[in-house]
Design a protein around this ligand. Structure first.
Ligand SMILES: NC(=O)C1=CN([C@@H]2O[C@H](COP(=O)(O)OP(=O)(O)OC[C@H]3O[C@@H](n4cnc5c(N)ncnc54)[C@H](OP(=O)(O)O)[C@@H]3O)[C@@H](O)[C@H]2O)C=CC1
Ligand SMILES: N[C@@H](C=O)C(=O)O
Length: 253
């Protein structure tokens, strides 16, 4: 059986950083499989990494990429030691500012594709395998001005917690990674300037990923980088949603 790590969204930001750091922590991997649309970026990553890389360039909102992956998983009798679902994006702005295509596009990529990839890989995962899902601190509460994105990340958080529980006893661990703002290309695609308060909290992708991998290795259910985001997580459990909505609206202004 071929031991692999499969990473979506590996062409930039957090996904690419996972591809860089995973071989340092898991030294017995045969290959790293990377998924994203920009083939040239994935080729650059292949040149950089010492472990063999298999490139799957394609759109996770289309069927063909899952078919291609499904065939490859079966043919190589893959043992997926780690699945990182990092592909995702978010549009800043009110619900009505964007058409249904953009709103449902976020749902399709952030929720549907993550769910489909997880379902595709789970039969190839065994005791000790890890699923790392990129949720967000945006999962901690509703966010006016980032409504659909925050809702998609709540979905990822909820799914990860429940799936982790269902897999209890199998030795497969699920970790929901919930960072606040991280310095990546994510903000090149938000459509609008991010709130100035959020800029102050921007973390380095290297640090967020390092913590996520340690938390995943320890079998933790969540990985929250930084004191301020940990405080936000605690606050979200005790502060009423009506207050959170009002605060998040103020921050977005
Ligand atoms: N940066 C941040 O502040 C935070 C980010 N997150 C989450 O972390 C994850 C990674 O984000 P980040 O690295 O910051 O953002 P980036 O924009 O840097 O990376 C997003 C990745 O998703 C891929 N992607 C986008 N659309 C598709 C698609 N249709 N099919 C296949 N791949 C796609 C992109 O590749 P390509 O364009 O080549 O297809 C890229 O590799 C996301 O889920 C995001 O929501 C969570 C909290 C904070
Ligand atoms: N956590 C960040 C995105 O997921 C943000 O709130 O900007």
């Amino acid at each position: 059986m071929m031991k692999i790590a499969l990473i979506t969204g590996a062409s930039s930001g957090l996904g690419r950083e996972f591809a860089r750091q995973i071989p340092k922590l898991y030294q017995n991997l045969d290959e790293i499989w990377v998924v994203a649309r920009r083939a040239e970026r994935l080729n650059e990553l292949e040149m950089e990494l010492k472990v063999p890389v298999r490139i799957f360039d394609g759109d996770l909102n289309q069927d063909y990429i899952y078919k291609k992956l499904g065939i490859a998983l079966g043919k190589s009798q893959a043992n997926v030691r780690m699945l990182v679902n990092a592909a995702g994006y978010g549009k800043i702005g009110t619900f009505c500012e964007y058409g249904w295509k953009e709103e449902t596009g976020m749902v399709d990529l952030n929720c549907r594709s993550l769910t489909r990839m997880t379902a595709l890989c789970l039969p190839y995962m065994h005791c000790g395998s890890r699923i790392v899902n990129l949720s967000s601190a945006a999962a901690f509460g509703p966010q006016p001005g980032f409504a659909v994105y925050a809702a998609t990340k709540s979905y990822v958080y909820s799914l990860s917690m429940a799936l982790g529980r269902e897999l209890k006893g199998s030795g497969i661990y699920v970790t929901a990674v919930c960072p606040g703002p991280v310095d990546t290309e994510f903000f090149d695609h938000t459509g609008k300037e991010v709130a100035s308060v959020k800029k102050k909290f921007r973390a380095d992708a290297k640090d967020v990923v390092r913590k996520a991998l340690i938390d995943s290795a320890r079998g933790k259910k969540t990985s929250v980088y930084g004191l301020s985001m940990k405080a936000a997580q605690v606050a979200s459990k005790v502060v009423p949603d009506s207050v959170i909505v009002a605060v998040m609206e103020k921050i977005a202004e």
